[in-house]
Design a protein around this ligand. Sequence first.
Ligand code: TRP
Ligand code: SF4
Length: 326
Amino acid sequence: MKKRVLSGIQPTGKLHLGNLIGAIENWVKLQDKYDCYFFIADLHALTTAYDDKDHLKEYINGVAVDLLAAGLDPKKCVIFKQSDLSEHSELHLMLSMVTPVSWLERVPTYKSKIEEMSGKDLGSYGFLGYPVLQAADILMYKADYVPVGQDQLPHIELTREICRRFNNFFGNVFPEPKDLLTEFPTLPGTDGRKMSKSYNNTIALSDPPEEIRKKISIMVTDPARVKKDDPGHPEVCSIYYFYKIFGPDRADQVAQECQAGSRGCVACKKELAEILVKYLTPIHKQREQLSQDPQKVESILQDGAKRAREIAGKTLLHAKQAMGLV
Ligand code: TRP
Ligand code: SF4
């Protein structure tokens, strides 16, 4: 029997290159090896974007299209939308009964997100409970492995703690999940900070070629390079970092020429932009096809929900029995 893998992504914006490199490309590989469940965490998105309902629908649909265009294959994995299964909300509530508030207040993402999104009132019960909902997602499918980035590790650890506490009270209902750390370092955004929706510095998978060229052209490079023939330091330049990931066969030469001062940043960026455009072309083509057929995307999600429910329904019943509700 294949081991089970589960992961989710929040539809808080358009998917970008950082998501692709840091998560989605990995998911696409995992679907060949594991029994995979991938979902759009729209309830999680609500914890911070509850006041942005006009965009939520658009983002959910965009993320679904992006995931499929990037290569998730409904024949190989189950793709669904979290809120299509009320089981997630029910299990979240049940787990919340055994989760101490102090555990939640201690989660590092809790304070850091509040600081990061300082313009927003995140004093809600729902936001504090974010990791409990994530625990419900994971435990629901009895996942063996949860592929996530470094920032999510505390959530996986908390999931294990909630799992143990629940099992202590009610018997062995849930197995403890393990993280499957995605080793990929974070991608820099157009301003040099980590590429992230909240910094507004992303290159989206859906950005047309012109937009990609424009965004690359304004990226910060090695600040020590004033004149075109000043010797550069590729290791501090985001453009060079992109070469290493998207055009590894060009990276060595770029570094040499940059250090020698024989390569101008403008030309360097132009070449990179074309590499990126080419890299994204298959995704763009798929996107185009899918956007002409919204019915297809909808029915993939419906079918995914149906398949997810086969497991979720059983787990929920088991948990209810264990708690004395049935
Ligand atoms: N919190 C995750 C993130 O922001 C998204 C997520 C929600 C998730 N539920 C999950 C990831 C379950 C893994 C497993 O990236
Ligand atoms: Fe960066 Fe290229 Fe300019 Fe060197 S030449 S600083 S690698 S953009």
